[in-house]
Design a protein around this ligand. Structure first.
Ligand code: HEC
Length: 139
Protein backbone atom coordinates (compact mmCIF):
# COMPACT_ATOMS: atom_id res chain seq x y z
CA UNK A 1 0.00 0.00 0.00
CA UNK A 2 2.80 2.36 0.87
CA UNK A 3 4.59 1.36 -2.33
CA UNK A 4 1.40 2.08 -4.30
CA UNK A 5 1.26 5.62 -2.96
CA UNK A 6 4.85 6.24 -3.99
CA UNK A 7 4.38 4.70 -7.43
CA UNK A 8 1.53 7.14 -8.04
CA UNK A 9 4.31 9.48 -7.45
CA UNK A 10 4.79 12.21 -10.04
CA UNK A 11 2.67 14.82 -8.26
CA UNK A 12 4.34 13.99 -4.92
CA UNK A 13 7.80 14.08 -6.42
CA UNK A 14 7.01 17.36 -8.07
CA UNK A 15 5.85 18.84 -4.78
CA UNK A 16 9.00 17.59 -3.10
CA UNK A 17 11.11 19.08 -5.87
CA UNK A 18 9.38 22.44 -5.55
CA UNK A 19 9.80 22.43 -1.76
CA UNK A 20 13.46 21.57 -2.17
CA UNK A 21 13.91 24.41 -4.66
CA UNK A 22 12.19 26.80 -2.24
CA UNK A 23 14.51 25.74 0.56
CA UNK A 24 17.47 26.47 -1.70
CA UNK A 25 16.12 29.90 -2.61
CA UNK A 26 15.46 30.77 1.03
CA UNK A 27 18.92 29.54 2.00
CA UNK A 28 20.52 31.60 -0.76
CA UNK A 29 18.68 34.76 0.28
CA UNK A 30 19.14 34.39 4.01
CA UNK A 31 22.08 35.20 6.23
CA UNK A 32 24.71 37.66 5.18
CA UNK A 33 25.30 36.25 1.75
CA UNK A 34 26.74 38.22 -1.12
CA UNK A 35 23.45 39.74 -2.20
CA UNK A 36 22.83 43.24 -0.87
CA UNK A 37 24.66 45.17 1.76
CA UNK A 38 25.02 43.55 5.16
CA UNK A 39 23.86 45.89 7.89
CA UNK A 40 26.50 47.05 10.32
CA UNK A 41 26.12 45.75 13.88
CA UNK A 42 25.44 48.49 16.44
CA UNK A 43 28.63 50.31 17.29
CA UNK A 44 30.49 48.67 14.40
CA UNK A 45 33.64 50.40 13.31
CA UNK A 46 33.90 52.49 16.48
CA UNK A 47 36.57 52.73 19.14
CA UNK A 48 39.29 50.97 17.19
CA UNK A 49 43.04 50.97 17.84
CA UNK A 50 44.70 53.08 15.15
CA UNK A 51 48.20 51.65 15.70
CA UNK A 52 46.99 48.11 15.12
CA UNK A 53 44.87 49.42 12.26
CA UNK A 54 47.97 50.73 10.50
CA UNK A 55 49.50 47.23 10.45
CA UNK A 56 46.26 45.72 9.18
CA UNK A 57 45.94 48.49 6.59
CA UNK A 58 49.47 47.85 5.32
CA UNK A 59 48.74 44.12 5.02
CA UNK A 60 45.33 44.28 3.37
CA UNK A 61 44.59 47.68 1.88
CA UNK A 62 47.88 49.28 0.86
CA UNK A 63 48.26 47.25 -2.34
CA UNK A 64 45.41 49.27 -3.84
CA UNK A 65 45.30 52.41 -1.71
CA UNK A 66 49.06 52.91 -1.31
CA UNK A 67 51.32 52.54 1.74
CA UNK A 68 50.82 56.28 2.36
CA UNK A 69 47.04 55.94 1.68
CA UNK A 70 47.33 58.50 -1.10
CA UNK A 71 45.81 56.10 -3.62
CA UNK A 72 47.22 54.19 -6.56
CA UNK A 73 46.23 55.23 -10.06
CA UNK A 74 43.87 52.61 -11.56
CA UNK A 75 43.66 50.63 -8.29
CA UNK A 76 42.33 52.38 -5.18
CA UNK A 77 41.34 55.88 -4.22
CA UNK A 78 43.10 58.27 -1.86
CA UNK A 79 42.07 57.64 1.76
CA UNK A 80 44.40 60.05 3.61
CA UNK A 81 43.21 63.65 3.49
CA UNK A 82 39.96 62.41 1.97
CA UNK A 83 36.77 64.39 2.48
CA UNK A 84 34.86 61.12 1.95
CA UNK A 85 36.64 59.35 4.82
CA UNK A 86 36.49 62.48 7.00
CA UNK A 87 32.75 63.03 6.42
CA UNK A 88 31.56 59.41 6.52
CA UNK A 89 30.56 57.94 9.89
CA UNK A 90 32.50 55.01 11.29
CA UNK A 91 29.41 52.81 10.97
CA UNK A 92 29.01 53.72 7.29
CA UNK A 93 32.72 53.17 6.63
CA UNK A 94 32.37 49.79 8.32
CA UNK A 95 29.48 48.85 6.03
CA UNK A 96 31.41 50.01 2.97
CA UNK A 97 34.56 48.09 3.90
CA UNK A 98 32.63 44.89 4.71
CA UNK A 99 30.63 44.98 1.49
CA UNK A 100 33.16 46.58 -0.83
CA UNK A 101 31.92 48.64 -3.76
CA UNK A 102 31.31 46.83 -7.04
CA UNK A 103 32.38 48.49 -10.27
CA UNK A 104 28.70 48.95 -11.22
CA UNK A 105 27.72 50.34 -7.79
CA UNK A 106 26.08 53.78 -8.14
CA UNK A 107 28.75 55.39 -5.89
CA UNK A 108 31.64 53.90 -7.87
CA UNK A 109 33.31 56.59 -9.92
CA UNK A 110 36.53 54.84 -10.96
CA UNK A 111 34.98 51.77 -12.63
CA UNK A 112 37.35 49.67 -10.49
CA UNK A 113 35.82 47.39 -7.84
CA UNK A 114 36.65 47.64 -4.15
CA UNK A 115 36.46 43.99 -2.96
CA UNK A 116 34.55 43.11 0.24
CA UNK A 117 36.94 43.48 3.23
CA UNK A 118 39.61 44.49 0.71
CA UNK A 119 39.72 40.84 -0.39
CA UNK A 120 40.69 39.61 3.09
CA UNK A 121 37.68 37.62 4.41
CA UNK A 122 39.47 36.89 7.70
CA UNK A 123 39.27 40.52 8.86
CA UNK A 124 37.18 40.59 12.04
CA UNK A 125 34.78 43.31 13.10
CA UNK A 126 37.41 44.51 15.58
CA UNK A 127 40.16 44.55 12.93
CA UNK A 128 37.98 46.66 10.66
CA UNK A 129 37.28 49.07 13.53
CA UNK A 130 41.06 49.36 14.02
CA UNK A 131 41.56 50.12 10.32
CA UNK A 132 38.81 52.77 10.48
CA UNK A 133 40.50 54.38 13.51
CA UNK A 134 43.74 54.49 11.49
CA UNK A 135 42.01 56.00 8.43
CA UNK A 136 40.27 58.61 10.59
CA UNK A 137 43.67 59.55 12.07
CA UNK A 138 44.92 60.42 8.56
CA UNK A 139 42.35 63.17 7.96
C1 HEC B 1 41.88 45.32 -4.95
C2 HEC B 1 42.04 46.72 -4.64
C3 HEC B 1 41.52 47.24 -3.32
C4 HEC B 1 41.83 46.79 -2.06
C5 HEC B 1 42.73 45.65 -1.65
C6 HEC B 1 41.14 47.69 -1.16
N1 HEC B 1 40.44 48.63 -1.85
FE1 HEC B 1 39.34 50.15 -1.07
N2 HEC B 1 38.83 50.74 -2.91
C7 HEC B 1 39.29 50.20 -4.08
C8 HEC B 1 38.75 50.94 -5.20
C9 HEC B 1 39.01 50.67 -6.66
C10 HEC B 1 37.95 51.96 -4.65
C11 HEC B 1 37.19 53.04 -5.40
C12 HEC B 1 35.91 52.53 -5.98
C13 HEC B 1 35.11 53.68 -6.54
O1 HEC B 1 35.38 54.11 -7.67
O2 HEC B 1 34.24 54.19 -5.84
C14 HEC B 1 38.02 51.81 -3.21
C15 HEC B 1 37.36 52.63 -2.32
C16 HEC B 1 37.53 52.60 -0.98
C17 HEC B 1 36.93 53.54 -0.06
C18 HEC B 1 36.00 54.68 -0.44
C19 HEC B 1 36.85 55.89 -0.84
C20 HEC B 1 36.03 56.98 -1.50
O3 HEC B 1 36.55 58.11 -1.55
O4 HEC B 1 34.94 56.74 -2.00
C21 HEC B 1 37.35 53.20 1.19
C22 HEC B 1 37.00 53.88 2.50
C23 HEC B 1 38.19 52.04 1.04
N3 HEC B 1 38.28 51.69 -0.29
C24 HEC B 1 38.81 51.40 2.09
C25 HEC B 1 39.58 50.25 1.94
C26 HEC B 1 40.12 49.51 3.05
C27 HEC B 1 39.99 49.93 4.51
C28 HEC B 1 40.77 48.43 2.55
C29 HEC B 1 41.47 47.30 3.29
C30 HEC B 1 40.66 46.60 4.26
C31 HEC B 1 40.64 48.49 1.10
N4 HEC B 1 39.91 49.61 0.78
C32 HEC B 1 41.20 47.58 0.21
C33 HEC B 1 40.14 49.12 -4.21
C34 HEC B 1 40.65 48.38 -3.18
Amino acid sequence: MFVDTVSEGPPMRKTAAILFALVLVVAACGGDGDGGDAAAPTGAGQGGDAANGETLYLNTCSACHGADALGVQGLGKQLAGSSFVADTSEADLYTLIVNGRASDHPDNDTGVAMPPKGGNPSLSEESIADIIAYLKSLQ
